[in-house]
Ligand binder design. Structure first.
Ligand code: GLN
Ligand code: ZN
Length: 709
């Protein structure tokens, strides 16, 4: 009889009550000492360890970080040498912080190690080496693959791995994450990986290597050629991994860490199916360990304490702690807790989606014809100025929400306060001379959760926080039933704003793809159906805007790229429904001008797909991708209007008129004036009013200067 064990990794490091966020931010504010911070982090780590120990046979240590594990790795191998905690945090935030980008196709963001000024001399930093057993490391290949500024990858890799070899030789067993193994890799890269691990493994350490998020194309090499002790495979999101193991087999002398429990979604594991898979896999190796398929930090810590979910839904969910229990169920071949989940059914919604025709995704007029129509209605000046939606979330704005939530003020008073914020925002924009106005989003704490709380079929969580980056946390909702909109979600606020001005006010919605990317999506119906249900709900909202005199609507899709699969061959399938969901959402009256907004991500590579989104105007972040994005748009037949962010809102610095004129002139060399808008990079929610007003003024003046030249 095979003795099957359980193993888990990547448990959330946020703390049961968001302690990680609280203590770190207190340290930043100078309210606690370095020792307090260290103690606090240690407590969280202890509690992670206890949860592991109560539930599974094995787990890694050293998963905690002060901010980000990619940065820690960079420090560990000598790329950066911070002497103090303050120095460490300077690499994370503030003026000279490292660039931040998305970790694979997740909503976690890591700091990007920059090798452009590195002297090539890797040295391990003894102070940063863990002293615990089975420590976790990011593997050398993934580390370098996700870094930037590397000219000769192979040279760097081969000198880096010697450091890894020495570093690891002090441990009995180590846990190494190599998610980059699931990327599209060239044969030379696979060959290099073999060279890398021949060196890394040249010690007496037991090395277990984990891959996740998708399947590994070169499974045979991975399983038979790398001299590691164990290999972790994702059998949930790695579509072909299971089939491939069945066909190429598994090395007799290696341990298979079988990822059978989803680390990225909240649904209970189909333990019956998992046990079946486990039985089949056991035929190839008797060294088999049941584990999660991908790190668990994409999930909230525990379901316990979620009091607002229906009993039925609750029974079908499983967060990080409950996933550990599932590993045990699979090991014990117990599938009594599993029953098939079927979300709330809504016949009207089902019929509407079922009856969609190709035409429903295609607007009756193309962008050029729409432009003629809209220009007459809107009568906008050349190079119109606008902002992206939110205005500073001041103390008063937050207090209003909190007071209402705590029952200290009633609905009437709450709404009256929102109206006051709208009036103030409108007054400021009018006075400064903006052309297209926004209402400021003071009623929204979060651009996704706000809609989730208003749509049927989606439930929000009480305590389900996860880390997006550093100490920034958010609470995904759960899309669990057919989604519909029973009443208007944003009309009152936008209509009120429009009633105060003759200038156009933009309606403001979050698109279906972003709602799905930042939430947990049901799996009992196909994903495109979920997208179209949300799209139709949003479409209804846009139609209603038309009825109350709103002439333009912005559908934000900052996460448009986020759910894109890692490997190219899966892209088309994704973009097909993602693009259609946007076009369905916005297929209303051609007289309503459709805007979209995107940020947070490298969009250069997917401008062709972006151009298939049939909007009239897009505002897109360009401060981080710099000029590249302009050039990318130049290469395609782009007939739409575009606003490139001339003001980087991620910093409190006020951009001068001259700064903006420079960016404008550069952009106008590529994009015709008649197609161009002037706007900041993103929403102004995190800024203060003082710098916001100044910067808006400079923006308006920059516009005048460019016009008069
Ligand atoms: N309309 C949103 C805002 O201005 C867009 C935010 C975003 O793109 N992340 O806040
Ligand atoms: Zn944005």
């Amino acid at each position: 009889m095979v003795n099957i064990k359980t193993y888990a990794y990547g448990f959330p490091r946020i703390g049961k009550n968001r302690e990680y966020k609280k203590i770190t931010e207190k340290f930043w504010a100078g309210k606690i000492t370095k020792e307090d911070l260290g103690k606090g982090l240690h407590e969280i780590e202890k509690s992670m360890k206890n949860t592991y120990a109560e539930n599974v046979d094995g787990y890694p240590t050293n998963e905690m970080t002060m901010y980000d594990k990619m940065l820690d790795t960079a420090i560990m191998v000598g790329l950066y040498n911070p002497n103090t905690d303050d120095d460490y945090f300077k690499l994370c935030r503030g003026e000279n912080a490292l660039e931040m980008t998305k970790w694979f196709n997740t909503n976690y963001h890591y700091l990007v190690p920059d090798f452009s000024k590195f002297n090539g001399d890797f040295k391990y930093n003894i102070n940063y080496l863990p002293t615990t057993e089975n420590p976790h490391f990011i593997g050398p290949f993934t580390f370098l693959k996700l870094s930037k500024g590397i000219d000769n990858f192979e040279d760097y890799a081969l000198s880096l791995v010697k450091v890894y070899r020495d570093m690891l030789s002090g441990y009995d067993t180590v846990h190494i994450d190599e998610p980059a193994f699931v990327m599209d890799l060239k044969p030379v890269e696979v060959f290099l990986i073999k060279k890398i691990y021949d060196i890394v493994c040249d010690n007496n350490t037991t090395i277990n290597l984990f891959t996740y998020y998708e399947d590994v194309d070169w499974l045979r090499n991975l399983v038979y050629d790398l001299p590691v002790n164990g290999v972790g495979l994702d059998f949930v999101n790695g579509k072909n991994n299971f089939r491939n193991v069945i066909s190429v087999g598994f090395s007799k002398d290696k341990t298979l860490f079988a990822g059978l429990v989803d680390g990225r979604n909240v649904w209970r594991t189909n333990t019956r199916d998992a046990v079946n898979k486990l039985n089949k896999l056991s035929k190839f190796t008797d060294k088999i360990v049941v584990t999660n398929a991908g790190p668990l930090y994409h999930l909230p810590i525990t379901l316990k304490g979620e009091t607002h979910l229906s009993h039925f839904l609750y029974q079908h969910l499983s967060f990080a702690t409950e996933k550990l229990e599932e590993l045990n169920d699979i090991k014990n071949k117990d599938h009594s807790k599993f029953s098939v989940y079927v979300g709330d059914w809504n016949n009207k919604v089902k019929d509407r989606v079922g009856n969609l025709k190709d035409d429903d995704f295609v607007k009756s007029l193309d962008v050029t014809e729409r432009r003629k129509l809209q220009d007459k209605i809107l009568n906008l000046p050349e190079l119109p100025t606008t902002t992206i939606g939110s205005f500073p979330q001041t103390k008063d704005v937050r207090l209003n929400r909190l007071d209402y939530k705590k029952g200290r003020i009633d609905t009437l008073e709450y709404n009256e306060n929102i109206r006051k914020f709208i009036r103030e925002a409108l007054y400021i924009q009018e006075k400064i001379g903006m052309d297209v106005l926004v209402h400021g989003e003071s009623e929204r704490s979060d651009m996704v959760e706000y809609f989730c709380q208003r749509l049927d079929g989606i439930s929000s969580l009480d305590n389900g926080w996860i880390i997006s980056y550093g100490t920034r946390v958010y609470r995904p909702s759960i899309i669990h039933g057919d989604v519909s909109r029973s009443k208007p979600m944003t009309i009152n606020e936008i209509a009120y704003a429009q009633s105060l001005t003759d200038k156009p006010v933009k309606g403001m919605l979050t698109g279906a793809v972003t709602i799905m990317a930042w939430d947990y999506v049901r799996k009992d119906i196909p994903i495109d159906q979920v997208a179209y249900q949300i799209a139709l709900s949003l479409q209804d909202e846009i139609r209603e805007y038309g009825k109350v005199g709103i002439k333009m609507v912005q559908v934000d899709e900052p996460a448009f790229r986020e759910m894109m699969p890692i490997k190219k061959r899966y892209h088309n399938e994704y973009f097909d429904w993602a693009i259609k969901s946007f076009n369905l959402t916005t297929n209303t009256n051609p007289r309503t001008q459709i805007h979209s907004h995107m940020c947070y991500s490298e969009f250069n590579e997917i401008v062709e797909q972006i151009n298939k989104l049939d909007f009239d105007v897009i505002s897109i972040e360009c401060s981080r991708s710099g000029g590249e994005i302009i050039e990318a748009f130049e290469k395609i037949d782009f007939k739409r209007q575009i606003g490139l962010g001339v003001w980087d809102i991620h910093s409190p610095a006020i951009p001068s008129k001259d700064d903006m004129v420079k960016i404008l002139k550069r952009a106008l060399k590529v994009i015709p004036r008649s197609q161009f808008w002037i706007n900041p990079d993103c929403g102004l929610k995190t800024r203060g009013w003082k710098e916001t007003k100044e910067s808006m003024k400079n923006m308006v003046e920059a516009r005048l200067e460019v016009l008069n030249n």
